[in-house]
Design a protein around this ligand. Structure first.
Ligand SMILES: Cc1cc2nc3c(=O)[nH]c(=O)nc-3n(C[C@H](O)[C@H](O)[C@H](O)COP(=O)(O)OP(=O)(O)OC[C@H]3O[C@@H](n4cnc5c(N)ncnc54)[C@H](O)[C@@H]3O)c2cc1C
Length: 129
């Protein structure tokens, strides 16, 4: 079974369906000769849409009210996470924020480095990024 996803569709959904299969066959040539014996399509319009450049406008996990914390993939988390990983990460951060207030130990979060390891490349990224 192969599940194909497309996001932010515009235009004719029938065209998108054909395009998805064409792309599958282009990216995975071994599927080119595979026959489709059954297919199901779901077209939904319930994905939140965050336009490029709007990251800074997202709500943060902590809020001005220390008793109110937010979690979910809508939040702004300054770690390289997205989607389900951001939902889970922000959940840990939110729980840790509350637990910290009550002097209870939270859950440590591990992440990949959030900046490059080599200073010259960091400088280049800052210059051209
Ligand atoms: C088709 C599809 C495929 C995906 N594939 C991937 C993938 O492969 N990998 C990945 O990391 N992420 C994937 N995602 C994204 C992932 O599902 C989301 O990032 C993740 O579910 C976000 O979790 P969340 O807890 O923030 O929100 P949600 O999982 O959306 O949970 C929000 C909940 O709040 C409920 N709710 C909404 N309004 C109200 C209200 N007024 N009152 C009470 N309840 C309410 C909703 O019913 C829902 O249960 C996919 C998403 C979709 C739609």
């Amino acid at each position: 079974m192969v599940e194909l996803h497309a996001y932010a569709l515009t235009g004719d959904p029938e065209h998108a369906k054909r395009q998805l299969v064409d792309e599958l066959r282009r990216v995975y040539p071994e599927t080119a000769t595979a026959a489709i014996i059954d297919e199901r399509h779901e077209v939904w319009a319930d994905c939140p849409l965050f336009a490029p450049g709007t990251f800074g406008d997202r709500p943060t996990v902590t809020t001005p009210d220390p008793n109110v914390v937010l979690a979910g993939d809508l939040t702004r988390v300054d770690l390289p996470v997205a989607l389900m990983e951001r939902a889970a990460t922000s959940g840990f951060l939110a729980a840790d924020a509350l637990l910290g207030q009550w002097r209870l130990r939270g859950h440590p979060l591990w992440t990949v480095p959030t900046r490059g390891r080599l200073a010259p490349l960091r400088a280049a990224a800052a210059r051209f990024g």
